[in-house]
Design a protein around this ligand. Structure first.
Ligand code: PEP
Ligand code: MG
Length: 530
């Protein structure tokens, strides 16, 4: 029996979970080369064969696009034209892993440079295939996220979170990562406990663990007494959640009865299946980038229209704010976001990128304008820094409306608002007075004000949205909006944290957008604020 090991990290998503652990291997693990070309060649051929076998077994349960992607990878791994350069580098004395990496990386560049969206999107499949063989070469198992387990790794991309099966619960424990990263936001919105910044987590035969998202604790191989203690705490947490749940059906109000508009942040349409629109006042942020999956073809106008329509129909007459594509930063899409930017959070991200890729932007605006006839839609633009970006967006939207009218398509021009998440706008909101509304993105505002990357563990403690500098900017935007009749809300993650609510109300905000998992607890906390 293993001895318990307690590791302390940073809380990223509340909740207690006990279960089996599943290590997510990374391709970068160390491999000792034999120095003998014959041995390296044998290791290489074996790794390729094992990778093909692994892909083939995944094919048995895959359908549609996933099956197509697996078939594409298998075909490549069975193609001598791809394997030959690696084999010849091995014959020249290169270690198998380096030879393979060099060969596939050269192919990846070719795919990334293609003019065709389809081929550019396929570059991610090549990377996946490359890493699968590398993992086999270094003796690691595949990257599969086991359902109902605590997933342990260095960091996980948002795509892995979205692909994992959370129907049996589960949790995430990361040696690196940050509470402000997008995967942490997803975990909070689904109520999946998560701890980041745990440092090295050595597998060492541990098979089970307890995680406490609120305190940032991971206990590997808990003993009987620890299991009893954590099961008691889980019971208390469940009781607290039941008390909070009494608020779920009621409108959000402060202690004096005054009304707070409480909206929700959503990422994918499947989230709506578990949500009752009666529990909130609408959708304050729909992150549309989650329709755009790395390695998958870009969603076309019809697919986007259907998705947006689904949100509007779910909400009925309540407002639905859909944000235009906010990729770049920690949300790369192969073939769409630039590769090799030295500082992606300060680079071509959000509106900066969509204005460069007018084809992608117009497709999205057309789908939005068509969907707008089905409800109370608002369009929100991310990462706005200067007024000309909003003006250009408005011009494109006018063009889209004129085209749709000419083509006889039913459409409506929704209000056009902006995220306030770049300090330039929060300091001087009057320069963006043309916006129909402001929604404060406290996640990015904090990152840019505090100069602390939201996905960087080492500076996570600086990432404090309650720092007076951030709060002063929030207050500034709220005041400007009040004095000039521009509606202001806040959709960053701080609104989902009861401990920040008093400061947000004091800053003058009366509209908040929170993660669905926190609706009850936020309503309960607001009712205590006088
Ligand atoms: C924000 O920056 O606060 C925000 C809501 O947007 P995202 O977290 O998607 O960048
Ligand atoms: Mg943001």
């Amino acid at each position: 029996m293993r001895h318990p090991v307690e590791l302390k990290g940073k809380p990223a998503s509340d909740g207690i979970f006990t279960g089996p652990i599943c290590f997510l291997s990374s391709a970068a693990a160390e491999r000792r080369a034999s120095g003998d070309p014959a041995i390296e060649r044998r290791a290489f051929d074996e790794a390729v064969a094992l990778a093909v076998a692994g892909l083939a077994s995944l094919t048995e349960t895959a359908e549609g696009e996933a099956a197509e992607m697996l078939a594409f990878q298998i075909a490549l791994l069975e193609d001598d034209a791809l394997l030959e350069p690696a084999r010849s580098l091995i014959a020249q004395g290169r270690p198998a892993d380096l030879a393979w990496r060099k060969t596939v990386d050269a192919e990846i560049v070719g795919y990334e440079m293609s003019d065709d969206d389809y081929f550019r999107a396929r570059a991610a499949d090549l990377k996946d295939m490359r890493d699968r063989v590398l993992r086999q070469l270094s003796g690691q198992d595949t990257h599969q996220a086991q359902a109902g387990a605590i997933l342990i790794g260095d960091d996980v991309p948002p795509s892995l979170f979205l692909e994992a099966d959370w129907s049996q619960g589960g949790a995430i424990a990361l040696s690196q990562g940050s509470p402000s990263s997008h995967v942490a936001i997803l975990a909070r919105s689904r109520g999946i406990p998560m701890v980041v910044g745990l440092g090295d987590i050595v597998s060492n035969g541990h098979a089970e663990a307890v995680i406490d998202g609120a305190s940032g604790l991971l206990v590997l191989s808990p003993d009987g007494a620890q299991k009893r203690l954590w099961s008691k705490k889980a019971g208390e947490l469940a009781a607290q959640r039941e008390r909070d749940a009494l608020f779920l059906d009621k409108p959000a109000r402060l202690k004096d009865g005054s009304r707070i508009e409480l909206l929700i942040n959503v990422a994918g349409a499947d989230e709506l299946d578990h949500l009752d629109s009666g529990h909130c006042d609408g959708i304050g942020l729909m992150r549309s980038e989650f329709l755009f999956r790395d390695g998958k073809p870009l969603p076309d106008e019809e697919m986007q229209y259907q998705a947006y329509r689904r949100f509007l129909e779910w909400a009925g007459e309540k407002p639905v704010t859909i944000r235009t594509l906010d990729i770049g930063g920690d949300k790369p899409i192969t073939g769409l976001t630039p590769e090799g930017e030295r500082n992606p959070f300060l680079g071509l991200r959000g509106i900066r990128l969509t204005l460069e890729r007018e084809d992608v932007f117009i497709t999205q605006l057309r789908a939005l304008a068509r969907a707008a006839v089905h409800g109370n839609l608002k369009i929100m633009v991310p990462m706005i820094t200067v007024a000309s970006e909003l003006a250009q967006t408005a011009t494109l939207l006018d063009r889209v409306m004129a085209d749709l009218a000419r083509q006889g398509s039913e459409a409506k021009r929704p209000p056009l608002g902006i995220m306030v998440e770049v300090p330039a706008v929060a300091v001087a909101p009057e320069l963006l007075a043309a916006a129909d509304f402001f929604s404060i993105g406290s996640n990015d505002l904090t990152q840019y004000v505090m100069a602390a990357a939201r996905d960087e563990t080492s500076v996570a403690s600086l990432s404090d949205p309650a720092h007076p500098a951030v709060l002063r900017l929030i207050e500034n935007v709220a005041r400007y909006g009040r004095e000039h009749d521009i509606p202001v809300s806040l959709c960053g993650d701080m609104a989902s944290e009861p401990r920040h609510l008093k400061a947000l109300i004091a800053a003058g905000l009366r509209t908040l957008s929170v993660s669905p998992a926190s609706i009850a607890r936020v309503k309960a906390a607001l009712a205590e604020i006088g």
